[in-house]
Write a protein that binds this ligand. Structure first.
Ligand SMILES: Nc1ncnc2c1ncn2[C@@H]1O[C@H](COP(=O)(O)OP(=O)(O)OP(=O)(O)O)[C@@H](O)[C@H]1O
Length: 356
C-alpha cells in the first residue's frame, strides 16, 4: 500500500493558455496510505483523467506523481503496482471463476497454496464461493463484474486499487449490497482505494474521504459530514445533498447583514461586502414573523413525501427548499411565511468560496 502525492496539471492539448485548455488545473493532493477515497463530480470534470494519471495510463503534461515519496511520473502501471477495475468486466470467459480470481496472483508467481487461500477469502467476501468452479462465460453481467472487482482486490501487495465507475452494469439492488461489501472489504484488507463516480450516494457510502471535482478542479476533500455541514465552495453545496444547499444574496457591513432585503444583526464576524448565505433544506425552518435570522417568503409548492414535507418558497428572487417534519402542520401554497435562513448551520461565501 502506498501514500500517493500529486503535484501536477494536465492539458490534452499542447501549449495550454487559459483555464479551459486544462482537463486538470494545477493541483496538490495527497491520498493517505490505506485510505478509501472517492473522486466525485459531473461528467467531464476530470475524474478519469486524474485516475489515469495515478495509474500511469496517462502522463501529466506537467508536474509529478509520487508513491511513498518515490517519483513514479514516468513509471508504467505495472511498475507502479496498481490494480484497476473498469466500468465493464475485464475477465477471461473460458476460465472458471477461481482461475479468473487467481490470474493476477499466478502472474506474480505467488505460491499455489497462498493463491488458493486468497481466492477463497475473496470469493467468500463477494459471496461467490459456490460458483468458484463455474466457467465465467455462463455468468450474468453483474456476476462477471463481481469477478472483476475480485481480481482488483485479490493481491494484497498492490500500491492502490483504482475503480472507474465499477458498478455501472450492476442492477440497483445489488449495487447497494456491493457498495457495503466494498466498504467492509476495505476495513478488512486496508488497501488504498480510489473510486471514481458521478453518483453522490455511491461516493458518500463508500469513501472515508470524498474529493469533489468540478471543471478540472478538486474543490473540496472531506468526509461526508464535512461536505454536508461546511461545503468549502458553493458548487459542493449545490452538488451534495438532495436537493442541494439554498443560496441567497446578502450584504455585510458594520456588524449588520442584509439578506433578501431584510436587515439583521450579523450572527458572527463576517467579511464586509457582498456575500452569499448558504443553508441546507434540512436546516431551513419556519419562524415567527420578524424573528432573528428570518426573512419573509411566499410558499409556492408543498410536497408531502411521507417521511417529510418539502416546502418551496420564494424569497429575495430565489426559490428556497425547506425539509419540514411531516407531523407539523405545513403552510398552504400562496401563504406568506418567515423562514430562518441565518442560524448556527448557515455558511457564508464570497466569490463562491466559504469565508465564515
Ligand atoms: N483523450 C482525450 N483527448 C482530449 N480531451 C480529453 C481526452 N479525455 C478527456 N478529455 C477531456 O478532458 C476533460 C475531462 O475528462 P474526464 O474524462 O477526465 O472527465 P470525467 O469527470 O471522468 O467525465 P466522465 O464521467 O464523463 O468520464 C473533458 O473536457 C474531456 O472532454
Amino acid at each position: 500500500m502506498s501514500r500517493i502525492d500529486l503535484d501536477l496539471a494536465h492539458a490534452y492539448r499542447p501549449n495550454p493558455r487559459q483555464e479551459s485548455d486544462y482537463a486538470l488545473l494545477p493541483l496538490k493532493m495527497s491520498f493517505r496510505d490505506g485510505g478509501a477515497y472517492a473522486l466525485l463530480g459531473p461528467s467531464g470534470c476530470g475524474k478519469t483523467t486524474m485516475l489515469n494519471i495515478i495509474s500511469g495510463l496517462l502522463k501529466p503534461s506537467q508536474g509529478t506523481v509520487m508513491f511513498d515519496g518515490r517519483d513514479v511520473t514516468n513509471a508504467t502501471p505495472q511498475d507502479r503496482n496498481i490494480a484497476q477495475v473498469f466500468q465493464f468486466p475485464v475477465i477471461y470467459d473460458t476460465m472458471t471463476v477461481a482461475q479468473n480470481l487467481a490470474f493476477p496472483l499466478r502472474n506474480r508467481k505467488v505460491p499455489e497454496e497462498q493463491i488458493k487461500k486468497r481466492v477463497g477469502e475473496i470469493a467468500e467476501m463477494l459471496e461467490m464461493s459456490g460458483q468458484l468452479n463455474q466457467r465465467a462465460a455462463g455468468l450474468a453481467a453483474d456476476a462477471k463484474q463481481k469477478i472483476s472487482l475480485g481480481r482488483g482486490l485479490v493481491r494484497s501487495d498492490v500500491s492502490a486499487v483504482l475503480f472507474d465507475e465499477p458498478l455501472t452494469v450492476i442492477d440497483p439492488h445489488l449495487k447497494w449490497q456491493l457498495r457495503r461489501k466494498l466498504k467492509q472489504i476495505h476495513r478488512e484488507l486496508k488497501l488504498t482505494l480510489i473510486y471514481v463516480t458521478h453518483d453522490q450516494v455511491e461516493a458518500l457510502t463508500f469513501a472515508e474521504e470524498v474529493v469533489v471535482m468540478t471543471r478540472g478542479k478538486a474543490v473540496q476533500v472531506g468526509s461526508a459530514e464535512a461536505l454536508f455541514e461546511r461545503p468549502a465552495h458553493t458548487f459542493v453545496g449545490h452538488f451534495i445533498g438532495s436537493p442541494g444547499m439554498n443560496f441567497l444574496e446578502a450584504h455585510s457591513a458594520g456588524g449588520m447583514l442584509e439578506v433578501a432585503g431584510t436587515r439583521m444583526r450579523a450572527p458572527r464576524e463576517l467579511p464586509g461586502g457582498p456575500l452569499k448565505v448558504g443553508i441546507r433544506p434540512e436546516y431551513l425552518k419556519l419562524a415567527a414573523p420578524q424573528s432573528p435570522g428570518a426573512v419573509p417568503a411566499t410558499v409556492t409548492l408543498v410536497q408531502d413525501v411521507g417521511t417529510h414535507v418539502m416546502l418551496t418558497a420564494a424569497a429575495g428572487g430565489v426559490l428556497l427548499k425547506a425539509r419540514l417534519h411531516s407531523d407539523a402542520p405545513a403552510p398552504a401554497v400562496g401563504e406568506a411565511v418567515w423562514l430562518r435562513v441565518v442560524d448556527g448551520h448557515t455558511c457564508y461565501y464570497q466569490n463562491e468560496e466559504l469565508v465564515a
